[in-house]
Ligand binder design. Structure first.
Ligand code: DER
Length: 234
């Protein structure tokens, strides 16, 4: 099974939790894409009705529109029944790293408003501790003096060998989020220890908008494993 087939297995399993009449947070990324496609298909077949989608990015909004999924927003639906979204890393306590697709702020707003957040991953996302993949731990920052903010972030985790890098787009320009901000990616060499302490410290930096650690937010994680089976953590 390819990684994408595993993502699809996890996504389709999550959509089995969806009931007609639900207000749904629609995630962003290649795994969530399968879930949104599946929801569109079930709506088209009449197997799901009266669904309202709350997209977590402009990209997902466009995908949902193309599938005919009725959409709304948090202003109209401050409480959401369930969100389905992927993750970049999952630790044994169901803490997540998200945002490598650049949508972490709207994802965290939507998923923070949900009664249930079903996270869908293939097994390659499982880590011993957040940052453990050695890949990016995203932080959304305001463009104003981003170097100043990046230095403060790098300093904060210097004991974990942190390197902070501005995320660029494919043209080598700074990547700009749906909200007009930049992303500074943190690359860590060691466990940053207490995640809540780290989260609070990051958010105390004035130029920081939000970070990609989703602590104690996922209510269920569906993991698609190589042999085609999946398992639930919750
Ligand atoms: O950027 C994001 O937050 C995505 O949801 C990411 O966490 C998972 O993306 P993937 O499903 O393409 O791996």
């Amino acid at each position: 099974l390819t990684q994408d087939e595993l993502k699809k297995i996890a996504a389709y399993k999550a959509v089995e939790f969806v009931e007609s009449g639900m207000v749904l947070g629609l995630g962003t990324g290649s795994t969530a894409k399968h879930a949104v496609d599946r929801i569109g298909e079930l709506l088209r077949q009449g197997k799901l009705t009266n669904i309202i989608g709350i997209p977590t990015s402009k990209k997902t909004q466009e995908q949902a529109i193309s599938l005919g999924i009725p959409l709304s927003d948090l202003d109209s639906h401050p409480t959401i029944d369930m969100a389905i979204d992927g993750a970049d890393e999952v630790d044994p306590h169901l803490n997540l790293v998200k945002g490598r697709g650049g949508s972490l702020l709207r994802e965290k707003m939507v998923e923070g408003a949900c009664k249930k957040f079903v996270c869908i991953v293939d097994e390659s996302k499982l880590v011993k501790y957040l940052g453990g993949s050695g890949l990016a731990m995203p932080v959304e920052v305001v463009p104003f003096c981003w170097k100043f903010t990046a230095k403060k972030l790098q300093n904060l985790f210097r004991d974990s060998g942190c390197v902070a890098k501005l995320r660029n787009d494919c043209k080598g320009e700074p990547f700009v989020t749906d909200n007009g901000n930049y992303i500074v990616d943190l690359y860590l060499k060691k466990d940053i220890g207490d995640l809540q302490v780290a989260s609070d410290a990051i958010l105390r930096i004035a130029g920081v908008v939000e970070h990609g650690m989703f602590l104690a937010m996922a209510t269920t994680v569906i993991v698609a494993a190589g042999n085609g089976f999946f398992f639930f953590w919750h």
